[in-house]
Ligand binder design. Sequence first.
Ligand SMILES: Nc1ncnc2c1ncn2[C@@H]1O[C@H](COP(=O)(O)OP(=O)(O)OP(=O)(O)O)[C@@H](O)[C@H]1O
Length: 337
Amino acid sequence: MTTSEVLLRVRDLAVDYRVPGGAPLRAVDGVSFTVRRGETLGLVGESGCGKSSTARAVMMLRRPTGGRIEFDGQDLARLPARQLRRLRPQLQMIFQDPASSLNPRRTVAAIVAEGLAAHRHPRPWTRLVDDALSAVGLDPEAVGHRRPTELSGGQCQRVALARALVLAPALVVCDEPVSALDVSVQAQILNLLEDTRRRHRLSLLFIAHDLAVVKQVSDRVGVMYLGRICELAPAEQLYRQPRHPYTRALLDAVPLLEPVPPSGAIAAPGSIAVPGTVPTPGTASTPGEPPSPLRPPSGCRFRTRCDRARDRCAEETPPLHPVTEDHQVACHYPLPG
Ligand SMILES: Nc1ncnc2c1ncn2[C@@H]1O[C@H](COP(=O)(O)OP(=O)(O)OP(=O)(O)O)[C@@H](O)[C@H]1O
């Protein structure tokens, strides 16, 4: 992969939180990945594994404790404040709960213009705001003067995306962008994100706990467990042939989407309704709860829940290493390929 293909390179990222009495909580520990230009990288894992902390660090909303975040070749943590401010429009984020991330007292048009004002974009803004709203499938005439409380959850997430797009970003970090939405609306927003990525040649860092959702939009997927990436691979490969026992357990525990058989089955309640697909329930589940990040297990962090664990897993931390080109696994005893 050449440097020019990579838009974001995260190296050995660490994020700590202060907690009362004792050592800090390390929420992200040695995470490395790249996001290529025009690519969607999915990050998936159970609640508390460090996905949002990674996202906030990439956005420099929280200063990393260690490691590097290189955006277009520049290390964000070491950039002078003025240069970081100049880069900001290129890095945008959309959040889980669209309604609460939008100011309820402002009109939709004013919300979409917020970034233009913050970055002192020369006026007039009307055309840019209207174009951004149209790009996310909203009629500027119909919604521009409304307030978020008058809109549905799906419409609010479209407004949040328009607010990001109006600044012509190169990277949009999406932190659980559909998990607060109704199932039928989720599919529309995922399709919109995919369509927007293609049309604007955006890179997306797409974070979700739902494997089916991540599968639908991602080119490559990183699986996180207790602050670390345990597997990183092209989406199709990861879902077809996971090599880490944790990824296998996650996949076995959830319904995923498969092509509809010729007879045309109906999607089960609670699944994502994507035309031409139907969920296939798995059998196994991930045993037990993840350990606390305050006291992670020695060696491999997954070993306390892994039925393949041996002595070595408690003694040595498995590094993320390639098992095939583009497919990396952090496991001493990966599943057969
Ligand atoms: N501000 C904070 N102070 C202390 N601990 C925190 C803080 N934010 C997150 N954590 C802890 O850091 C760990 C990682 O949290 P994070 O929110 O990044 O995970 P996540 O995978 O995004 O989970 P979720 O999907 O539930 O948000 C968790 O143990 C969490 O309790």
